[in-house]
Design a protein around this ligand. Structure first.
Ligand code: DC
Length: 234
């Protein structure tokens, strides 16, 4: 039976990762964190001495990485998703404030986006998958059966990022994290190619006003309805 593609988009710190993981677990769907792909490209560029601001060089580097399948996501035996760069587990190294900024910069480069597009489409095309990112419901899977735009206030999102970074042993300053959230929103929403924006047919959920369990419950309900619809069409 064909199963839905679930697209979860929204700004940094809206809770997409937590929500997408729980939704995928509840449904037994595959999870794809597309931000991790951009973060891995940013890390690879840095290691190769390629500037995040050099669009030509960063595109060429991303194309090379995609073609040689050097950037991959893999499910570990404990169920978590690991980011691999040429076989090395870089899941920890990509979760820093710096790589968040790097990912935001390289993801604004059209050549980087097109290099990662096929990879995302191949991973999701069979359905039964939850993809989280910025442009899943608008560009990667515009025909996704379930589209969610998850958002939250800047204050709530900055606080979450702050706690997350502290949990990883970093010592961020709250005001700096807040500024970076605003800066990243601005860059992600105004770039020329595939900017962060709500798909017209997306279900909008505000996680500052709802508990995680409520957000997850509403999405799961929507997916179940989409599953029934697909089963009826079969
Ligand atoms: O979700 P995240 O913080 O890991 O994403 C890091 C950056 O990657 C984000 O600032 C914008 C970019 N990104 C994107 O442009 N498109 C996606 N589908 C996912 C992430």
């Amino acid at each position: 039976m064909k199963r839905p593609v679930v697209a979860i988009d929204g700004p940094a710190g809206a809770g997409k990762s937590t929500v997408a993981r729980l939704v995928a677990e509840r449904l037994g769907y595959v999870l794809l964190d597309t931000g991790a792909l951009y973060r891995t490209v940013a890390l690879a560029a840095e290691r190769a001495g390629v500037s995040w601001d050099d669009a030509g060089a960063v595109s060429a580097h991303a194309e090379k990485l995609a073609q040689s399948r050097a950037v991959q996501l893999e499910r570990a035996s404990d169920g978590t998703l690991r980011s691999l760069l040429s076989g090395e587990d870089v899941s920890g190294s990509i979760r820093t404030l710096a790589m968040g900024q790097g990912a935001s910069k390289v993801s604004a480069v059209p050549g980087v986006r097109s290099a990662l597009l096929a990879l995302q489409r191949n991973a999701g095309e069979g359905g039964g998958v939850v993809l989280e990112g910025r442009d899943i419901g608008t560009v990667v899977f515009p025909d996704a059966e379930v589209k969610v735009f998850l958002t939250a206030s800047v204050e709530v999102r900055a606080r979450r990022r702050f706690e997350e970074l502290r949990g990883r042993g970093e010592k961020p300053e709250m005001e700096r994290v807040r500024q970076e959230v605003i800066e990243r929103d601005q860059r992600d929403s105004t770039r020329a190619v595939a900017p962060l924006k709500q798909a017209a047919d997306a279900m909008v959920l505000d996680s500052s006003a709802l508990e995680v369990s409520e957000v997850v419950g509403q999405i799961v309900e929507r997916v179940r309805a989409a599953e029934r619809l697909l089963a009826g069409q079969a």
